[in-house]
Ligand binder design. Sequence first.
Ligand SMILES: [Zn+2]
Length: 287
Amino acid sequence: MEVKILHKDDKKLHFQVNGISTPVANALRRTIINEVPTMAIDEVVIIENSSVMYDEVLAHRLGLVPLKTDLDTFILPEECKCQSELGCNKCSVSLTLNAEASDSIRTVYSRELRSDNPDVTPINDKIPIVKLAPSQKIKLEAYARLGHGSKHAKWQPVSVSSYKHVPEIIVNRRKCDACGQCVEICPKGVLDIKDKRLEVVAEEKCTLCDDCEVICPKTPSAIKIKNVKNAFIFNVESTGALPPEQIVIEATKILRKKSKDFAEQINQLKIAKVKKKTKKVKTKKKK
Ligand SMILES: [Zn+2]
């Protein structure tokens, strides 16, 4: 297996993996979405709410505010020894929100959420939560916990986790007369005409839509789009809760552990089957 980073910044990660099958690529994609834990507000105690927004809707909106997550400090509530409803400092973080509108209408933003742990705060200060009319007020206490995207979308660490096959574009130089129709139709700017010659300028951007192949006036087409076998380009976009590279690393760890557990269970089944067979043979002999 070979991994190549194509683009990386603090939110996005594009990388190419060679030498894995489609089911493995899909398992990685799904693990990124569903299994990598992040922090999210899970319980809200409303002390006062005179806004037009119902308590349930307010709590739901707070749950969807992405929070910075530290996976080394916190553990999942179900794995925590405390087993208490509100949690302890290892499995829960408390946040408070106390906002009031004086003479004019105002918006309450995520920056007004006060966290008792400076490492667990909203990833962005400008997420609108609710609008308050003059003299309206909200006062609440919220509890954030680690959880999985498989249980609720608020715990998904990514807004995008997708993959595509690695494209391969083959131009038949003898047939191509550089008419430029394929250049015009390509929405991604993969092709260009340079010195009256068709050039592939951004092969990695190809979405394998085949439009260039279809529009080519030559029969059969002078351009061929293929996908490279067992090679994939991943596109991972973090919500900001975790760095994108950490999300992928955590997902591979989870996938490896799951595969190991599965292999162990299969082995135990095999051992149990062999034991059953030997027992049968012994009983038959006795008869
Ligand atoms: Zn705990």
